[in-house]
Design a protein around this ligand. Sequence first.
Ligand SMILES: [Mn+2]
Length: 336
Amino acid sequence: MPTVADWSVLVDALRQARRVLILAHINPDADTMGSSLALASALSRTGVEVQVAVGMPAFEMPTGLAWLPGQEFLVPAEQVRAPVEVALAIDCSAIDRLGTLADTAAAAELFAAIDHHASYDGFASVAIVDPLAPAAGVLVAELIDRLGLEWTIPVAVGIYAAISSDTGSFRYPATTADTHRLAAALLDRGIDQAEISRRIFADRALGLIRIAGQTMHTAEYFPSAVGGGGALIGVIDAKARERYGVSYDEVESVIGDLTNNGVAEVTAIVKQDDSGGWKVSTRSRGNVDVAALCLRLGGGGHRAAAGYTAAGNLAETLAQLHAELGIDDGDSRTAR
Ligand SMILES: [Mn+2]
């Protein structure tokens, strides 16, 4: 949990710094990127030189995030100017989320983290971590207030995008009255919430709609999973992504479609990345702690939303997942 001392160390360091590096996590989502670009916009107005980077070689902003204001602060990982005074990782639960920039960040005068994952592992020397925060954006909003930075429209848009995205449009259990009050304050600044919501939740390419449809059509239902609560498991391989022209980052949203069901306590999607490896995203209706499950398999996340990188091929990955979910042998129903 955050302490006053941690806030003051971070706030003092950011007040004094001339050069700041903000790190969004690899395979960025709207929470990490909206928060990072918003903070960069706000800090830059005070004359601080701010860079935002993602530690992936030849990283390009996914089309689903390219509309966020503040794109001008993003630099390729190879162009990050070292040494860095303050390196601030946002929405990263472990240092491997910093990818190729882990060493650069660790060598900064102050290496700090702002995060809301229960699985945050303590990698930074100063950390603001609140597992109850529904989005990293909520904590970055508090940082902006503590620094007394100006809430311009680009700043408000980035923070709203972060919070709206990580709360599933204010639907997930971590959403509180305070979350709505913060959203209301952002609306009072004059942001266009309808346009932001459309960008995050509705503006999907035809190929993504098709791959989501295929995944929902072929997902297997296992009534015996998690003590009879049931699990719904979909698979998206690289071949399907290629057929529909969909990148690995873009299929992140499909788990949201599949999770909209009234039959399974746990929903999962097994996804193949461009290098052929498999990653698993899981969601829980609330009774099953999927963060604990994913932590056992080398990943992490939140109680209701978590993931991990699998070690084996698809068959091994599914067998391991079935075992973790307590699925009986021979149990399966494929949608017809
Ligand atoms: Mn987040």
